[in-house]
Write a protein that binds this ligand. Structure first.
Ligand code: NDP
Ligand code: 13P
Length: 379
């Protein structure tokens, strides 16, 4: 008897806006996950190189891109028929790019932010800028964040990330399209925590770079990472994030990757500051997006509005402003000079145990009592 043939599943048509290191890498992730991908590069010559040579020599030297990946410098062509639109331009350029994209966006398309910054002037997270400019249902918006250094992923070194949307269904749909053997996606509905994790770890990575540039060693860095996680968690929880998100891939996971890796632009910028370069010199030398430098101001304003102390981020601001010698960026980690330094612990910040303690307790509980292999971000 002849076998009945099942029709192959139609490939999801997706667009990626922004052909820098992350946009191009994410386009590769999506193509390798089986999607039909069109990448938008604002420069026609780059779009041509990607489409014809399957290379992006400006941002991913030596990486062969998938044969199926197409690129264009025309927004209308990139967005035609796209069911999911992934956006990876510098955070400060999101608003203008969304305005240009809007006339070509399908009304039902899901918009996915891959960015890790907040908007200067408004302090809005990227998903909030998307909602404000496009005025779409929040269930059509998702964000992706995690320990995701572009070049490692472009080389297909395995990693994981969190897809978050207020709609679990949307997060699942995006995760289905953006998952392959080297890129594993978990889902959650904590958009605030997932986004702030990505923004805030950049600032701690700048601090790590600074002390590295000064020549301090592992104790200093471990102290900053640990106390930095407390700052990140306090801030994000004050804005409504779930504490467990901050001890997961989008918080601790990304903090570790970015603070440890010389591939991180934020870390590199910090190292230059620590070596004595001014902010202006550093900006000139960094020819790639360094979100942390633009986020310091808006994050400290948001922290003040909620009464959250961020001594490490504050010291980064002072180094950038030239009012603090990088050698004095120390993990004494409190802005309150009346408080005995070094005596505070993670747990004493919130009555009944800090958010980290509760998160670790939950994580331990899940480990002990299982939770299966469901792709929810429970790390
Ligand atoms: N790189 C990484 O490892 C990761 C980055 N991210 C996040 O992704 C976002 C993008 O970063 P990334 O790809 O690394 O940055 P890159 O600096 O590598 O690339 C930036 C891209 O944006 C384009 N661009 C710059 N200015 C504008 C503008 N005004 N309008 C439109 N396009 C513009 C650039 O085009 P052109 O080349 O023409 O200048 C380039 O394609 C950031 O928020 C970053 O935090 C998140 C995870 C990992
Ligand atoms: O977000 C990143 C890794 O997860 C990339 O970090 P940088 O922007 O510092 O390079």
């Amino acid at each position: 008897m002849a076998k009945t043939k099942t029709a192959p599943r139609a490939r999801t048509r997706v667009a990626v806006l922004g052909a820098g290191s992350w946009g191009t890498t994410f386009a590769k992730i999506l193509a390798d996950s089986g999607a039909d991908v069109m990448l938008w590069a604002r420069r026609p010559e780059l779009a041509r190189e990607i489409s014809e040579a399957k290379r992006n020599s400006d941002y991913l030297a030596g990486i062969n891109l998938p044969i199926s990946l197409r690129a264009t410098s025309r927004l209308d062509l990139a967005l035609a028929g796209a069911e999911q639109v992934y956006v990876s331009v510098p955070s400060q350029a999101l608003r203008e790019n969304l305005a240009a994209a809007q006339p070509h966006l399908h009304a039902d398309a899901t918009v996915v932010s891959l960015m890790k910054g907040v908007e200067k002037g408004t302090g809005l997270r990227m998903s909030e800028v998307v909602a404000e400019v496009l005025r779409i249902d929040p269930a059509q918006i998702a964000v992706i964040s995690g320990p995701n250094l572009a070049l490692e992923i472009a080389k297909e070194q395995p990693t994981a990330a969190v897809v978050s949307s207020t709609s679990l269904e949307t997060a699942q749909a995006v995760a289905m399209v953006a998952s392959n053997p080297y890129f594993r996606t978990f889902v959650n509905t904590d958009v605030i925590g997932t986004e702030f994790g990505g923004v805030l770890k950049n600032l701690i990575a700048v601090a790590i770079g600074i002390v590295d540039g000064v020549g301090y060693g592992e104790n200093t860095k471990a102290s900053i990472i640990t106390r930095g996680l407390v700052e990140i968690t306090d801030f994000a929880v004050a804005y409504g994030a779930a504490p467990e998100t901050m001890s997961g891939l989008a918080g601790l996971g990304d903090l570790i990757a970015t603070c440890q890796s010389p591939l991180s632009r934020n870390n590199t910028a910090g190292r230059l500051l620590g070596q004595g370069y001014s902010e202006a010199d550093v900006v000139k030398q960094m020819n790639q997006t360094t979100e942390g430098l633009a986020s310091v101001g808006p994050i400290l304003e948001l922290a003040r509005a909620q009464g959250v102390e961020m001594p490490i981020v504050e010291q980064v601001r002072q180094v950038l402003a030239g009012t603090l010698d990088p050698r004095d960026l120390a993990p004494h980690l409190t802005t309150d000079t009346d408080e005995p330094q070094g005596e505070r612990t993670i747990d004493d910040k919130t009555p009944g145990g800090g958010p980290l303690r509760r998160a670790f307790q939950r994580a331990l509980h899940q480990l002990r009592h299982g939770g299966g292999s469901a792709p929810r971000d429970r790390s």
